[in-house]
Design a protein around this ligand. Sequence first.
Ligand code: HSE
Length: 422
Amino acid sequence: MLKIALVGVGTVGAAVADILRENKSVITARAGKEIRVVKGIVKNPNRKRDGVDFPLSADYKEATDDPQIDAVVELMGGVEHAYEVVKAALKNKKAVVTANKALLAYRRYELEELANGVPFMYEASVAGGIPIVRALRDGLGANHIESIRGVINGTCNYMLTRMFEKRVSFDRALKEAQELGYAEADPTFDVGGFDAAHKLLILASLAYGIDAKPEDMLIEGIGHLTDEDIAFAEEFGYTIKSLAIAKKRGDKVSLRVHPSFVSRKDMIAKVDGVMNGVSMIGDMSGETFYYGAGAGGRATASSAVADLIAIARGETSPMLGFRRANERQLSVARKDEIESKYYIRVLVEDVAGVLAQTAAILASRDISIETVLQRKKRVKKEWANLLLSTHKAREVDLIAALKEIGALAFVKSPPVMLRIES
Ligand code: HSE
């Protein structure tokens, strides 16, 4: 029998216990032994909880230091306290399963050292019920990974889908996502792109062995999108997705999370609502695509239980996919090295010369315009939004051009740009 302790018995923790009960026979058959929850660690052990048939305690040491426990499942979230708990478990040679993406985003290489052969698994930390960690670490193990593009924040994706399909406002869409239980306790974590950034860093370690922190990445949220952006995207055959992107070029890997225009024909454009989708291109496999529920208790717990099965079977894959000291020669590309096609929105006074001067500034920096659209402001008729898309350009040039355009007398607010993923 594999005896486990759940540290955190919230939505996911309770679902782990449920799954182990409901699917006991198939899980035992696959694991080769029964997996049983023997203890739960919670803040308030006296609170009545449905379906909890194991003893509760408020002291995590009752999990990490109890000799009868084989594996600790960390589901409490946060970085520092979770690190303390996981460290104590590893020190006592207990296998660890976690769904904690923030912990891994900041401390995964330290944890890898601490684990030093003790199983440490984290399938549930990225894209909930999609077995993406195993797909990347094992299934694509023969490949150099050329790129990863993921819709890996269900909250943003739900909101963008609602904003496109029903034209609901950003605030309304966020409220709905919160009511449906998709959003993190602090929703800026979702809408600001940080949740997706943490998940991308985990995938980037598996794909590239790259040791980066959220601070090394370009992270932009979806809070600045407007109706005009959505209408432009629709008119030109795009949708807008918050994408987490890792792309290898030579010995550099660009890591970023930002809203992107995506062609409606692209598989990733079809990932709607709270669902997650990840496209990965391997140099041998070509593109592979993964789709499924990225949030929710049962889907996330399904991945945590898969890890427990692997532990029960005695699996000892390297935690981050690489034996230490291999493949670390790749480095993170600087934020100003990005090249892309761009969409630009400029709020202008609708007078002679506006388009000509804007186009001249872009041309002076060798940025070629692909399409142009002008939309009058409904409430202030003498103003208009000038909407442009460009061919591929260097981001440094585009930012400099936008700064110059923003300083023109007829421009009413700082220009906004979004990247077009192609
Ligand atoms: N808040 C996260 C999301 C939950 O919206 O995807 C799963 O990590």
